[in-house]
Design a protein around this ligand. Structure first.
Ligand code: GDG
Length: 458
């Protein structure tokens, strides 16, 4: 079996005993690497003012070598905060209004990809299979090919791929599409993303859809596919069952004093629809005054990317809005919204999912959304909660037992909350079982195996 080389912007190092368990993606990639032997390369998260970063730091753990590189401060500014997070992230989430394109940042993005390629290439053997992850590293294969590498190289995009008219607003969209054509397999989260990609190639006259999931562009033929990322379903379910007796979870249960709990969990990001969700919760209470003092909405939102101005602004906006909603609908003995702006431990999170009667997952656009899948896996089979899910999350293509909503329709989401709270146990069980059966089959290992099978065959 060939060695596997995983490349991603950030690398998850193996856990020290006593650490919280790693997320499903890290566990699955580590398992795939352990089985085949290989390397996981990426940015260490450190930056320095030096002109040239220190040599790669290599750490061996069992069958896996972790190869970490530092970056310069300018690299981080231009490649990471600049082009990746202020151009590609907003555009791929259909937010042309937030994309802040600059040539300096674009040049930095391509420069850092070349730098990654130069650091990676000497480590590669002839029959290694290379798997590149996410929007930070689209041009990596082109750089490696330029250096003469003929290995199988696959790419998986964790975020959505936008339709042609959105993509074309980015001045360098052609270079980005050309970059993708240097892979042997380009994987998206859903069939919609794959369709958008094919549509863009054809519309721009730079490529064609061939049969059997293949595309041709820039003189290359490559495969495209969709692979829904998932979680370690069975493990997470067992973990949540145990977590129900966690001290913090028991305290949370006591503190809601028998009220129904609604939970939202999202990195603080404009794609997640948090402000629309707070509006929908407020609307639900004003439309259903009988629920006053009978529900608690817990929104857990760890900070993310605070160095990017849009995120810093959002931190203030969401905090103010949570305060305003509490002021408008709360009473002396009831705080309707509990807003937590920090990360909480994974066992506590799992236990809180299980406690909650509704999982409110309403992004405006999301590649997949693992919170939706975690919420389902965490439920008590004898008394499962209801998933209220945005139709614009990739997960909506699979989770047919959810109440699907349009997150821009505040009143529609408010109705779905009411429907979830009044749903019979029988219907809740039916819907949950359907989703759980699906997630047991389509778990994170299935995602990993399907992608690698398609990359290495044909
Ligand atoms: C990108 C794509 C795609 C959140 N708060 C806490 C916490 N979390 C964990 C959740 C979940 C993960 O973070 C978030 O994953 P999502 O999939 O929901 O979203 P993104 O971070 O935007 O991820 C997304 C994903 O990549 C994978 O391809 O699904 O569409 O945007 O696992 O549980 N974990 C802990 N404390 C928190 O406070 N411990």
């Amino acid at each position: 079996m060939s060695r596997l080389i995983v490349v991603s912007n950030r690398v998850t190092l193996p856990q020290k005993s006593g650490d919280a368990p790693a997320g499903g993606l890290a566990v699955a990639l580590q398992a795939a690497l352990e089985e085949r032997g290989g390397i996981w390369m990426g940015w260490s998260g450190k930056s320095s003012g030096a002109k040239e970063p220190a040599p790669l730091s290599m750490q061996e753990h069992g069958n896996i070598t972790y190869a970490l590189t530092d970056l310069t401060k300018t690299d981080v500014e231009e490649y990471y905060h600049g082009f990746a997070n202020r151009v590609l992230w907003p555009l791929c989430h259909y937010r042309m209004d937030l994309a802040d394109y600059g040539r300096k940042e674009m040049a930095g993005y391509f420069r850092v990809n070349r730098f990654f390629a130069h650091r990676l290439a000497p480590l590669i053997q002839e029959d290694d299979v290379i798997w590149v992850h996410d929007y930070h590293l689209i041009p990596l294969a082109a750089e490696l090919r330029q250096m003469g590498l003929k290995n199988k190289i696959g790419f998986f995009l964790h975020i959505p791929w936008p339709p042609a008219d959105v993509l074309f607003t980015m001045p360098v969209h052609e270079e980005i599409m050309r970059g993708l054509s240097h892979y042997d397999l380009v994987g998206f989260q859903t069939d919609h993303d794959l369709d958008n990609f094919g549509g863009g190639l054809v519309r721009e006259g730079i490529g064609q859809r061939l049969s059997e999931g293949k595309f041709s562009s820039y003189g290359r033929v490559f495969k495209g596919g969709h692979y829904a990322i998932s979680i370690e379903t069975e493990q997470f379910a067992a973990f949540a069952q145990k977590a129900a007796s966690n001290v913090m979870v028991r305290k949370a249960k006591q503190s809601v004093e028998g009220r129904d709990m609604i939970i939202g969990v999202d990195r603080l990001d404009y794609s997640k629809g948090i402000t629309q969700r707070l509006d929908a919760f407020e609307r639900f209470i004003t439309m259903n005054p009988g629920y006053q003092n009978k529900v608690t909405y817990l929104q857990i939102t760890p900070k993310s990317r605070s160095e990017v101005p849009e995120y810093e602004q959002m931190q203030r906006t969401v905090a103010e809005q949570a305060g305003r909603v509490n002021g408008a609908i709360g009473t002396v003995d009831w705080v309707p919204v509990r807003y937590i702006n920090q990360s909480i431990a994974r066992p506590v999170l799992a236990g809180l999912y299980r406690l909650s009667r509704i999982g409110l997952v309403t992004p405006l656009r999301d590649g997949m959304n693992l919170v939706a899948k975690e919420y389902v896996a965490a439920q008590d089979p004898e008394n499962p909660g209801v998933l209220v899910l945005s139709r614009f999350a990739g997960a909506a293509r699979e989770l047919s037992g959810a109440l699907l909503v349009n997150p821009y329709d505040i009143e529609g989401t408010a109705h779905a909350i009411a429907r979830g709270l009044t749903m019979s146990l029988e219907e809740r069980k039916q819907r949950w079982e359907r989703m759980m059966e699906h997630l047991k089959v389509y778990d994170i290992n299935r995602w990993c195996d399907d992608f690698l099978k398609d990359l290495t065959t044909g």
